[in-house]
Design a protein around this ligand. Structure first.
Ligand code: ZN
Length: 313
């Protein structure tokens, strides 16, 4: 992906093709200089930091790949949505939101805090769970924004769009004058929508994605992989992306040949694939997402739950 500009808005393509644990960032080179979701990679972001006086860093949500390099901008004000601001005030909030407390209990948290506090902790195979950037980049918060806020940077105006589902406070950033929207983790990747957090919600994710697709914008910039799409491309690919939710649910329903609890279904790895379950973050995410799907199947009348075991209706 080439660097592309819309007025003062510059797309900073993420390292590794914008794949997790990197993301595509934005740099707004206006009267107020702003970096949005500094997860593109340390070299690219350090270059911006060294060339410009960055005033403000905005995070669309608290996930690692969208906050990883906040710490580089030590002269800038750092702001996240109000709903998730406690993640920066008390890191135990992150452990709860990313499903670790739900699956492994409160006793899991102190060990994790010890691991991220050190730069030399052993790393996990498939997730950045033990990366020191968690510690560095959540160390300071200077303010919050709310859904509906309008931020003025000079020639660039940013509207904060409510986008719950991926996380409870997730926000998309809409630039009406340039006809641009930063969709963050409504990312249209082949993996599909991510709603594996305790604070995620499948039906909210779908409603949010449909709402974002209706915004009056010509350019949709996703947080991962391809990045820049026209409105027609975004709308077309969104259908296939959201269909992955129903495909996962169908696989889960098919697996209920006998009554199974959420842990037993999660052990099949129907969302992530079995080999990734060796990473305890992925295992927790699989379990939490499976549980959300099982409850959704019950709500739809397609499954029943007795003594915590689910079977087809
Ligand atoms: Zn995310």
């Amino acid at each position: 992906m080439q660097e592309i500009c819309y007025g003062c808005i510059r797309v900073i393509p993420g390292d590794s093709g914008g794949r997790f644990p990197f993301c595509n960032s934005l740099f707004i080179d206006d009267a107020v200089k702003v970096v949005i979701d500094p997860g593109a990679g340390p070299d690219k972001l350090a270059e911006i930091k060294n060339k410009h006086h960055v005033d403000l860093v905005l995070n669309t949500h608290y996930h690692f790949d969208h906050i990883a390099y906040n710490y580089l901008f030590d002269q800038a004000e750092i702001r996240i949505n109000e709903e998730e601001s406690n993640c920066f005030r008390d890191r135990r909030e992150i452990a709860a939101r990313v499903s670790m407390v739900q699956v492994y209990g409160e006793e899991w948290v102190p060990g994790w805090l010890d691991r991220i506090a050190r730069a030399d902790s052993p790393q996990s195979p498939y997730t950045p769970q033990n990366r020191h950037e968690w510690w560095l980049s959540t160390a300071r918060l200077d303010g919050t924004y709310r859904w509906g806020d309008v931020l003025d940077f000079g020639r660039t105006r940013l509207e904060v769009i409510a986008a719950p589902g991926h996380t409870a406070g997730f926000s998309c950033f809409y630039f009406p004058n340039q006809g641009v929207v930063y969709t963050g983790d409504i990312d249209l990747t082949e993996f599909g929508p991510w709603y594996c957090g305790t604070d995620s919600d499948i039906d909210q994710f779908i409603a949010t994605a449909r709402h974002i697709a209706r915004l009056d914008a010509d350019t949709f910039i996703t947080g991962h992989e391809q990045g820049v799409l026209t409105r027609a491309e975004f709308r077309h690919r969104l259908d296939a992306y959201l269909a992955i939710i129903e495909q996962r649910e169908q696989r889960i329903l098919s697996a209920l040949t006998e009554p199974l609890d959420a842990k037993q279904v999660a052990a099949l790895g129907l969302i992530y694939g079995k080999k990734y379950l060796v990473d305890d973050w992925v295992r927790a995410w699989e379990e939490v997402a499976v549980e959300k799907h099982l409850r959704r199947l019950v709500r739809k009348g397609l499954a029943v739950c007795r003594n915590n075991k689910y079977s087809r209706a």
